[in-house]
Write a protein of this length. Structure first.
Length: 264
């Protein structure tokens, strides 16, 4: 009995991942999310460092930010796609006919996002090493692994917010899939230390888990303080809170009939 339950749970997670895979492989433009735009972003930042003739530590600082932003955008879209594709195809009610919960949808789609994000990381790490001398494995493999865990956790949080917005506001909410990562860029110090922000924006930055994961990974290249435990705690808290709110948004959408309206 336990084996059957375990297999059933696993299949629910894999179903969401497989769904994203099927839709993605049919769309050639999704290759741009893995190869074209990530490379454009990295080369733009890398060439800028050459023009400004900054030292090796600052090159690492900026490239870490570029890689973080790119992986965040790719992975959070995969989480958001679990409802966005259904909304665009007017079949969102079919997702909730199946016996699945919020965590099956989120972590199943995140699994596919992790696979795509890992491919992006491998590409960008290789290109940045050969072109700009960035050594991602400096300090060992544990720092980049923890860094990636933080980025993927942040991607899941953003994806949950997008899914909740879809169930509350309908089709108008799809803009959040592209705008939220931009706000994260502004507040979490992707390309600059958060200390340069005004005091009230620094408070916002300190509430974003990605800020702490960036500080942690950058401390490998530029020694300085970091608060990794705070980042891990915030990420766990937001994920738990997001799943609870997502479940409530699903129940509300069923009561108000928005699931049917989004499927017509």
């Amino acid at each position: 009995m336990f084996s059957l339950n375990w297999q059933g749970e696993l299949n629910r997670y894999l179903a969401s991942a497989y769904k994203n895979w099927v839709i993605t492989k049919r769309n050639a433009f999704t290759l741009f999310e893995i190869f074209f735009w990530p490379l454009v972003s990295l080369l733009s930042i890398g060439l800028l460092t050459r023009f400004l003739m900054v030292d090796e530590s600052m090159v690492s600082f900026l490239i870490v930010g570029s890689i973080a932003l790119t992986i965040l955008q790719v992975a959070q879209l995969d989480v958001a796609y679990v409802l966005l594709f259904d909304m665009w195809s007017k079949s969102i009610k079919n997702t909730f006919i199946a016996p699945v919960h919020s965590w099956h949808l989120i972590f199943g789609s995140l699994l596919f996002g992790i696979m795509r994000g890992s491919v992006v990381f491998a590409i960008l790490a290789s290109v940045s090493f050969y072109l700009f001398g960035f050594k991602f494995q400096t300090g060992g493999l544990i720092p980049p692994l923890i860094f990636l865990i933080g980025v993927f956790a942040m991607a899941a949080i953003i994806g949950i917010v997008v899914c909740i917005s879809i169930l509350i506001f309908g089709q108008k909410a799809d803009v959040a899939a592209w705008s939220l990562s931009g706000l994260i860029l502004l507040f979490s110090g992707i390309y600059y230390p958060v200390d340069v922000l005004p005091a009230f924006l620094q408070s916002v930055s300190r509430a974003i888990p990605l800020t702490y994961f960036l500080e942690y990974y950058r401390s490998v290249f530029i020694p300085g303080p970091h608060h990794l435990i705070v980042g891990l705690s915030l990420a766990a808290l937001y994920l738990l809170l997001g799943l609870i709110l997502f479940d409530r948004a699903i129940n509300r959408a069923r009561r108000t009939g928005i699931l049917l309206r989004l499927s017509e």
